[in-house]
Write a protein that binds this ligand. Structure first.
Ligand code: URA
Length: 221
């Protein structure tokens, strides 16, 4: 990795600023001051900034956000829409979202800089349950409920068995909890559409043992 990128990745400063630090002679690699931009550093090299050792191991941070509708779950959006990162006030860590919630989905979203945790929570083989509160148009029939539970064909592959618990049945809509452990693209919306019930609103209320609780929309902890 190029020295200025390495320094920036370690959180010393922006890449541009790190270039200036290198030119000013504030950076040493393996005990030697290096003032050439683009010098390569490799695993095992010792790097110091103003005489202090720095390393790639950064502190891990974990945020639980109550994502509002109307935010994209990316670090940057090419259409300049608001992203979930706009809601997190942390310039010190490069956090990113764990998995994804659609623009129109609200609820529990984790953000972290811990790649191991991200892998553990998002890889399908780990079977981490995610529970959604779903409101669909119409009264959910027993047949549709059974289909959601047993599996719905999406892209030629059945979804894994899901749990369904009806919370409210109104004249025009039904609200229920749907628990799945996969994370296929727009899975809940497509499952509900697949059994004839378009989703009116969707909110994730838990991931594994973590629940949203009383966290207000747009707030994080
Ligand atoms: N399933 C969906 O359809 N959308 C989400 O945002 C999350 C799960």
């Amino acid at each position: 990795m190029r020295l200025q990128k390495y320094l920036a990745t370690c959180g010393v400063a922006s890449r541009r600023k790190c270039e200036a630090y290198i030119i000013e002679g504030k950076v040493a690699v393996n005990g030697e001051v290096v003032q050439t931009l683009g010098t390569k550093v490799e695993a095992g090299d010792s790097v110091t900034f103003c005489g202090k050792a720095i390393s790639l191991e950064e502190e891990h941070v974990y945020y639980m956000l109550h994502k509002p509708v109307g935010y994209v779950t990316t670090v940057q959006d090419e259409k300049q829409r608001q992203t979930v990162l706009d809601l997190i006030d942390d310039d010190m860590h490069r956090v990113y979202p764990v998995g994804r919630l659609d623009y129109n989905t609200s609820g529990l979203l984790l953000l972290t800089n811990d790649g191991e945790l991200t892998y553990g929570l998002t890889h399908p083989k780990h079977h981490v349950n995610k529970c959604y509160e779903v409101k669909v148009k119409g009264q959910l029939s027993e047949d549709a409920k059974k289909m959601l539970k047993c599996g719905v064909l999406l892209d030629g592959k059945l979804t894994y068995p899901a749990k369904v618990k009806v919370l409210r049945k109104g004249e025009k809509s039904t609200t229920f909890l749907l628990t799945i452990h996969e994370g296929r693209n727009r899975q809940v919306r497509r499952m509900c559409e697949g059994v004839g019930y378009p989703v009116l609103s969707l909110k994730r209320i838990s991931v594994g043992k973590l629940t949203l609780g009383e966290l207000e929309v747009g707030q994080y902890r």
